[in-house]
Structures are given as C-alpha cells and as structure tokens.
Design a protein around this ligand. Structure first.
Ligand code: G3P
Length: 222
C-alpha cells in the first residue's frame, strides 16, 4: 500500500518524508488555501522537490477546455505532478483526452462505484473515492472502496484506487484490508498509525530494568 499525505503544508510533508514512509502527496483547493500558498504552481513545485513520488494538484475550471488548459499547465510544473480532476461529465471528457496525451490524472470527488467505473474507462491514473464524507452522511464509505477494488480487478483496469477523505487509523487499516492501492491521509493520522500505548509502556519498562541491571553490575564491581 502506498502512503500519501493529504496536505499542502510543507512542514508536515518534511516531517513525513523524514520518517521514510511517504510515497506521495494529494492536495486540493481547500488544502492549498489552508497552507496559505502564495503562488499555487510554485508551491506545488516545492512539494514535488520534497516528495519522492506523485503529487496531485487540482484544476479549478469546470469546463472541458478550461480543464485541459489548466491540466497541461500543471503537468509542466514537474514530471511527478498528477492532475486532479473532479468526477463530472466535463471532467471525464478531459481525463479521456489527457490520458491519450500521456498526462496522468487523479479523478476526485468520487462517491459511487459506477462513478469509479466510468473514471477507469476514461483512463484515470488514480480514482479518489471519499470515504469520510460518505461516513458523514451515514453511508458505508469503506464499502465503496471494496466495490471499486473488486470491479477494477474483474476487468483488469489499471486505474489505482486511492482511498481519500480518511479521518483515522481504522480507515487506513480497513482500506488496506480491502486492497486499496493508496491511502491518502492527514499528517496526524499518519503519526497515529505507529502509536500504541503498550509499545510506550513496554519500552519504558525495558529501559527501567536495564538501568537497574547496570546499577546492580556497578554495585557488584563488574
Ligand atoms: O483528498 C480529499 C480529502 O482532502 C478530503 O478530505 O476530510 O475534507 O473529506 P475531507
């Protein structure tokens, strides 16, 4: 499973890179605004310089020609930029055209398996089903991930399932159990993945016992 960070915050990205487990980054207009990026394209370029893998940057046009124009500009920023395009009819048209041009895309704002089927047929590189936002309206967001993984396997689609809108470690666990290719998550969630109180308690005990052992050795004149 690839771990992507769902943020445009350069400090969070630097911290995750230092862990050695980061495979990529996803951004969107909300995250760009939250990060206070002064220049969108320059900010995406900086992220690409920090991250070893793909970096998603989203178009804001909603018409076919506008999406193509923005996508081609975003793709020129860096070879690892993946263009994020919303799953609307004009977006599907744009994904089809861009995939034929060799521009890699991340089809976003996916909320149903039929939408994901359409995106794969259009040649999207990634599909981003939003788990948390479905959970928010009392739907089973993770069920969607399982459906999309199954459908893509049935027909050998190459589109990668990028589980998005993940809010806690159980989302990452469940996405891994159903076989998502990628989990994109907020930085705090990534840090929670490796935390366990029994690990901390056990380490504290080991160190305490080792200190006692050293003291006993010292007393025995060892
Ligand atoms: O990449 C999509 C993600 O940023 C949406 O997350 O928590 O706003 O639903 P959320």
């Amino acid at each position: 499973m690839k771990f992507f960070l769902d943020t445009a915050d350069l400090n969070e990205i630097r911290q995750a890179v230092s862990l050695g487990i980061l495979d990529g980054v996803t951004t969107n207009p909300t995250l760009i605004r939250k990060a206070g990026a002064r220049d969108f394209h320059e900010h995406i370029r900086q992220i690409c310089e920090l991250v070893p893998g793909d970096v998603s940057a989203e178009v804001t046009a909603v018409d076919y020609e506008g999406m193509l124009r923005e996508a081609r500009q975003l793709a020129k920023i860096h070879e690892r930029v993946v263009v994020k395009i919303p799953l609307i009819p004009e977006g599907i048209r744009a994904i089809k055209t861009l995939s034929e041009e060799g521009v890699r895309t991340n089809c976003t704002l996916c909320f149903s398996a039929t939408q994901a089927l359409v995106a794969a047929k259009a040649g999207a590189t990634y599909i981003s089903p939003f788990v948390g936002r479905l959970d928010d309206i009392s739907s089973e967001g993770m069920t969607l991930i399982g459906q999309v993984v199954q459908i893509y396997r049935n027909y050998d689609f190459r589109t990668q399932v990028l589980a998005a809108s993940l809010r806690h470690p159980m989302h990452v666990l469940d996405a891994a159990l159903v076989g998502a290719d990628v989990a994109t998550m907020p930085f705090p969630v990534m840090m929670q993945l490796l935390k366990h109180p029994l690990t901390d308690i056990g380490l504290e005990r080991f160190l305490k016992d080792w200190e006692a052992y050293l003291q006993a050795q010292k007393s025995a004149g060892a």
